[in-house]
Design a protein around this ligand. Sequence first.
Ligand code: F6R
Length: 588
Amino acid sequence: MCGIAGYIGNRNAPEILFDMLRRLEYRGYDSAGIAYLSKGKVVISKGKGRVDEVRRNSKNGDSSIGIAHTRWATHGGPSHENSHPHTDCNFRFTIVHNGIIENYKDLKQELVSEGHRFSSETDTEVIPHLIEKFYSGNFEKAFVESVKKLRGSFAVAAIDPEEPEKILVARKESPLIIGIGKNENFIASDTPAILPETKKIIILDDFDYGIIGKDDVVIKDLQTGDRIKREIQTIDWDIKQAEKEGYEHFMLKEIYEEPDAVKNALKGSNEIREIAKRISKYQKVYFVACGTASYAGMVGKYILERFGISSEAVVASEFRYSTVNAIDNNSVIIAVSQSGETADTIASVKEAKKRGAHIISVVNVVGSSLTRISDGNIYTYSGPEIAVASTKAYIGQLVSVTLIALFIALERGKITGDYVNEILHDLNGIPEKIGHILKNENEIRKIAEKLFKKDIFFYIGRRLNYPTVLEGALKIKEISYVHAEAYPAGEMKHGPLALLEEGVPVIAILPNDDLAEKMESNIQEAKARNATVILVSETGDLKVPPVDPLLSPILYIVPLHLLAYHISVLRGIDPDKPRNLAKSVTVE
Ligand code: F6R
């Protein structure tokens, strides 16, 4: 949802900024731009299109300071004018912004009435004009005054050719980190952007602002102006994790990292056990998340139910306005999020917190906003996920929610320690089993070749694998642009069966469990309508090794991820950057 970057140091800023933007492109890719200072002036290269396209069309420049932006349009469609960076009337104060300025209409009206000339439809453009308005010889003062006028969310970076030794930054509810180098510093929306440059970062908090020089970083409080000390953290992600390493797409690489995602999430077992001890006393358990992460939450709910513990899994965009009314100090919220920056999930957590709930987050990105408002964090340690469609992070979430559900059940005396050990033992064997599925990629591709021209898909499963089919269908929708319906298999006869006719693909999940016979009947119902059934089972069209039914969601989703990937590629789509979407959804 837009990415911002900045560089100040002795090297060539435009080159570094474009490289950083490429690593941030998953946050938005409808337009891009950079601004740097050269000979006392601002030089801007920007436009509609992908980062590489904008880079090709940009003038070569030499500069040691600049800012950059990759856009996912909110206010105003993708165009040269709406691309960032934006400047004031005199092309002096230049800024990039991620977030939404909710009061931009009022601010714009006021600025226009005072004679300011706007050249875009964006909410962002009010910021440089505000700086211009408040400027009376001190860039920092004008910047702070301007940012204080903004309502909504922002991560913003600004430069001024009259003060070429600093970049000013500020944040509220949109992520912003500072990368600490030697005689150089970086700013970015997210860690992958700076991974090749430095592993030392400062994570800004809401209402922090910073003055970033090449040799120093000063952080202050936006409200009081007082200096604040923020700890320098060391990231343990490897640069290789943020590169394709020979894979055609990040998505494929990340599917191949699914075995590691299981191993990495298992590293959190001890912490999760401790957290379960703390939260098992809460009577109401809610899993709250968006999209793919919400399906991981559903799996958590099904596992708790299996052990006789009631819980709910609610998508955050609904939870925050409805379920939240039922929250009190007897509630625990388990928020699930890869990025830890999803606006609806964060808002749900904040609302639940106000009502006294205890908050636990299952998160991939360490130091993200969600982790800072939670009472406890379970990290999935999946490493950077670059493709827009979540794959390995989902696997990590599944492992973490399985563990938390198991340990809650253990604490409540619903299951025995021996049973938990048995499942932990089986979980340790899952990476190898995923490896077997990945070895069958060619077979899966062949099925994709048969199906990729179809324009409707059905996915059916039951109980723990109802979330699996929701995830399978979401994946194919978002990266292949085909209509896909996911149904609990038993529901098909209550309406959707009417849509089945010859050749309609029905992807059916058939684990070897006590509901297998019921599933078989549902499959027969589809076959009787001449649908093309693709069976996902131990012996089916998409083969999955035998597994304890409790862990089946972790295995059964793997062939569906590969199937969606291949259908996308066969349809000529870039699965890493599907249209209209962005990875981290930081707006409501
Ligand atoms: C789908 C997908 C999205 C995310 C959702 C939540 O492939 O990636 O549905 O799962 O936007 O994002 P996080 O997990 O970052 O909160």
